[in-house]
Design a binder for this molecule. Structure first.
Ligand code: MN
Length: 240
């Protein structure tokens, strides 16, 4: 029996008891473990350009998780008034790893902020604040607010659809930003009824990015757990 594939999960720096700490919500790690992977939490540090490739050598897959907003300078914009929780070191670290995973064909599941990181890493832009826009359905409030459950329509011809096994999925969402310009070599494959892009994937790489939080409901919803199962399964074919 072979060892479980190692799945890199980037942690977030936070203060705990007045000291710097590294955190990852356990729901991500538990979903990876149920899928048969062994999660390893990475500490985001400053990397030399191109160093992400070497960092990923030990891992079968990469997961980018939720968190605060990306510094808009990474997609060529000035910060608007609703930007919160920026950690430019984590931004640069995750952008570097996302590009490396894309180039090396390492399976990547990017969630919420992770989707935004992947889009920016591949040259896309973000809508800095969608909340309050006319015609928009609730997408939750990030940064401690309660998530909302909304329906997502999945392109039946997508890898995402094959991973989830459904065409419409009830998904836990809390985000105030969304994809504006889609990054290069990415294809939108899921939307809410209001037209917000809720997922992108790469036609040529094992990369799925979702704006919602599959880990929130994966323990009781096989469609959401299917995203983690597909990631771990993809390590079998991607491994050299
Ligand atoms: Mn949403």
């Amino acid at each position: 029996m072979s060892d479980p594939p190692l799945v890199a999960v980037v942690g977030a720096s936070k203060e705990y008891a007045d000291k710097p700490d590294l955190t990852v919500p356990l729901l991500y790690l538990e979903a990876i473990e149920r899928a048969g992977g062994r999660p390893v939490v990475l500490h985001p540090i400053g990397l030399e350009p191109g160093a992400g490739s070497h960092w990923l050598d030990s891992f079968g897959a990469l997961v980018l998780t939720g968190g605060g907003d990306i510094d808009p300078s990474f997609y060529g914009q000035a910060p608007g008034p609703n930007i919160y929780g920026v950690d430019a070191i984590r931004d640069a670290f995750e952008i570097e790893l996302a590009r490396a995973a894309f180039e090396k064909g390492i399976p990547l599941l990017a969630i919420c902020r992770g989707l935004q990181v992947v889009n920016v890493a591949l040259g896309g832009t973000l809508d800095q604040h969608i909340i309050g826009r006319p015609g928009l359905e609730p997408h939750g409030v990030p940064g401690g607010g309660s998530p909302v459950l909304h329906l997502v329509n999945v392109d039946p011809a997508s890898t995402l659809s094959r991973a989830m096994g459904v065409g419409r999925a009830v998904s836990s969402c809390h985000h105030h930003q969304a994809i504006a310009d889609v990054g290069q070599e990415l294809r939108p494959v899921a939307w809410t009824d209001d037209g917000i892009i809720e997922a992108v994937e790469s036609p040529n790489r094992p990369l799925i990015a979702v704006q919602w939080h599959p880990e929130d409901t994966a323990a009781g919803d096989p469609a959401q757990q299917g995203l983690f199962d597909a990631l771990v399964k993809a390590t079998e074919t991607a491994r050299p």
